[in-house]
Design a protein around this ligand. Structure first.
Ligand code: NAD
Length: 312
């Protein structure tokens, strides 16, 4: 065992991303999956993703590509994966029973007291994944934002029984690998990012489905308007400097904000004819057979922005 070993459970989209992030910082990653073919294709894909980053000079590592690859190995034996690891990041499919079962298996392997147990879950509050564990006091969510190599934020969400020391260790590790952790004080559905996203899409859906604005204009309001601020600061800071501090801003604009909020509709499923029309409109600039191209387009812009922000 080294003091440098990271265990990644599940080698899909998110498992591969975590593997690259840790390996790029020189950690020894052991990637586990139940399907050995999946592990083989994960390694091929990791190599392809890293090659693309290195070719464009976008790697976040002082190591060579060969060195990074040398820090990643695979196993189909769970015990081999977690033994000696200082940190365990679970990335199996988003299914409560499956995750509970995988964590029960991990919990049964004796691991030293300071090993962090982290789940990548997007939407399950961590208490529902860990109440049955002997070592539940070191359990938390470490939720990356997609795509994790270009989106540094990681949400750390403790349960009511998580020890602060475990959160501190996870936070420090995220900082070492160049991610930007935010720590919640307690769990809530959607954590922070998905709650904000849910609020945005709730309002956007009303504006488009009730035909106040077309999709293109709605998207432009974000990309050419709000997005300019939000790439650098959050909503409260925006208000704070928009007036003579937040209290003043709230005095001046609070009633207007509340008036608008009172006209928000009830939540509803985004389905039916309005959703179909939305798809047809979106397809005018991203046809469904070009979604992968559009992802690359987004990724190029996200990495350029990240590089700019590091220079500023
Ligand atoms: P995925 O389907 O791409 O990968 C899941 C992997 O887990 C597969 O390789 C599968 O073979 C493996 N697996 C299945 N059962 C297993 C088991 N018992 N033990 C070990 N491995 C097993 O899924 P993903 O998109 O990587 O998502 C993984 C987790 O990350 C989910 O909880 C998801 O909600 C979360 N997440 C996803 C995103 C995203 O954008 N996709 C973003 C943040 C978090």
């Amino acid at each position: 065992a080294t003091m440098n070993k990271i265990a990644i459970i599940g080698s899909g989209l998110i498992g591969k991303s975590w593997a690259m992030l840790f390996a790029c910082s020189g950690y020894d990653v052991m990637l586990y999956d139940v399907i050995s073919d999946q592990l083989q294709s994960a390694l091929v894909d990791i190599e392809a993703q890293l090659s693309a980053l290195y070719k464009e000079g976008l790697q976040r590592s002082s190591l060579t590509l060969a060195e990074v690859k040398g820090h990643i190995c695979t196993t189909t034996i769970l015990e081999e994966c977690v033994t000696g690891a200082i940190y365990i990041q679970e990335c199996v499919p988003e299914n409560r029973d499956l995750k509970r079962d995988v964590w029960r298996q991990i919990d049964d392997v004796i691991t030293p007291d300071d090993v962090v147990f982290a789940t990548s879950t997007s939407a399950i509050v961590p208490s529902l994944l860990s109440d049955h564990l002997k070592k539940r006091h070191r359990f938390m969510v470490a939720h990356p934002a997609n795509p994790p190599l270009l989106n540094p934020m990681v949400e750390l969400v403790p349960t009511p029984w998580t020890e602060p020391a475990a959160v501190d260790r996870a936070r420090a590790l995220m900082e070492v690998i160049g991610q930007v952790p935010i720590v919640l004080n307690k769990e809530i559905d959607g954590f922070v990012q998905a709650r904000i996203q849910a609020a945005i899409i709730h309002v956007a859906w009303q504006l488009v489905s009730e035909d106040y604005v077309d999709v293109e204009s709605l998207e432009t309001a974000m990309s050419e308007g709000l997005g300019g601020w939000y790439a650098f600061m959050g909503p409260f800071d925006v208000e704070h400097i928009n007036a003579d501090g937040f209290v003043d801003s709230s005095k001046k604009y609070g009633a207007m904000v509340e008036q608008v909020q009172k006209t928000f509709p009830k939540p509803e499923l985004m389905q039916g004819p309005a959703a179909e029309k939305l798809t047809r409109d979106l397809e005018q600039w991203t046809p469904s057979n070009r979604l992968a191209d559009r992802c690359r387009w987004r990724d190029r812009r996200m990495s350029a922005l990240l590089q700019l922000k590091r220079k500023l």
